[in-house]
Design a protein around this ligand. Structure first.
Ligand SMILES: Nc1nc2c(ncn2[C@@H]2O[C@H](COP(=O)(O)OP(=O)(O)OP(=O)(O)O)[C@@H](O)[C@H]2O)c(=O)[nH]1
Ligand SMILES: [Mg+2]
Length: 280
């Protein structure tokens, strides 16, 4: 073994982690002593910065996980276990994609995503896609409440290219994860941002609930953007995180914005959802 090295976990599959170092990618196992506390949750996850030691055969071992800046996790509870599944470590931002129409925006799902992000202290950006299909004033009336409480809302169209450069400008040097319901244009936007990217980030093609209840081996992965650096995360648990994570749990808002959000959300968003429901 040679001296320890640092790297970023860019892929996790069936107990193996691919760690990207300054010079290469190393397939790693997790050291036994790091696995000991496993009942409490995943000790190493995609997005973690780690130290590794290298074996003579080119593989490596993860020795240490460096302190996390943020964690997206969900609690899995069963008869005999209570397990914190880390979906993504160190995400710098979450981009929540909804469409202004076709399908109509599911604002309650957006609200849930926002609460999950707030609770994890991860900045959220909202993308209102398919603005080519409606009046600008209509699009703005849908998402204005979110702008009012301080969220960055990007009005976009994968078809016309509106807003695409603005989304792209958010990505360099960051770990970004996308989420949003099926059919809103996540794949189309990724392709508009960078041709071929959507093909790589395959899991995003699954709609909400598509993987519900399945216990298949999940690959979680970060894709490095060739232009400008940064990573887009393909983490299958994102949608179920919003659907299940906050059910039946208490959440005490900590930041000034999230306190404001809770105050305003119950009135403003409820009104918006009601007026939307009346419209369609
Ligand atoms: N008019 C219009 N149509 C769009 C736009 N973006 C995507 N679409 C269309 O919307 C449909 C769904 O787009 P996708 O990119 O597959 O949506 P998705 O979010 O990846 O959906 P899932 O993979 O099911 O989660 C396709 O028919 C796209 O051509 C847009 O900005 N304007
Ligand atoms: Mg898709």
């Amino acid at each position: 073994m040679t001296k320890p090295d640092r790297g970023l976990v860019v892929r996790s599959q069936a107990g193996y982690m691919t760690v990207k170092t300054a010079t290469d990618e190393v397939l790693c196992r997790v050291r036994g002593r790091l696995r000991r506390g496993r009942a409490e949750g995943d000790l190493v996850a995609v997005g973690d910065y780690v130290t590794i030691s290298r074996n003579a055969d080119g593989t490596g071992n993860i020795d240490e996980v460096l302190p996390r800046k943020s964690v997206l996790a969900r609690q899995l509870s069963g008869v005999n276990y209570d397990y914190k599944q880390v979906i993504l470590a160190n995400a710098d931002q979450v981009i929540l994609v909804f469409s202004v129409t076709q399908p109509n925006p599911r604002l309650r799902m957006l609200d849930r995503f926002l609460v999950v992000a707030e609770r994890a202290h991860i900045p959220a950006v909202i993308v209102a896609n398919k603005v080519d299909l409606v009046d600008q004033t209509f699009a703005e009336s849908l998402f204005e409440p979110y702008e009012k409480i301080g969220y960055n809302v990007i009005y976009a169209s994968a078809n016309t290219g509106e807003g695409v450069a603005t989304i792209k400008a958010l990505l360099p040097g960051k770990i970004t994860t996308l989420a949003g319901p099926s059919g809103v244009g996540k794949t189309s936007l990724l392709n508009a941002i960078q041709p071929g990217l959507a093909l790589l980030v395959g899991g995003l093609s699954l709609g909400v609930g598509a993987g519900k209840g399945k216990h298949t081996t999940q690959v979680r992965q970060l894709y490095e953007l060739p232009e400008g650096g940064g990573y887009v995360a393909d983490v299958p648990g994102m949608r179920t995180l919003a659907l299940w994570d906050i059910q039946g749990r208490n959440w005490t808002p900590t930041s000034a914005r999230s306190r404001r959000w809770c105050r305003i959300a119950s009135s403003t968003i409820a009104r918006t959802s009601m007026s939307l429901a009346a419209r369609f």
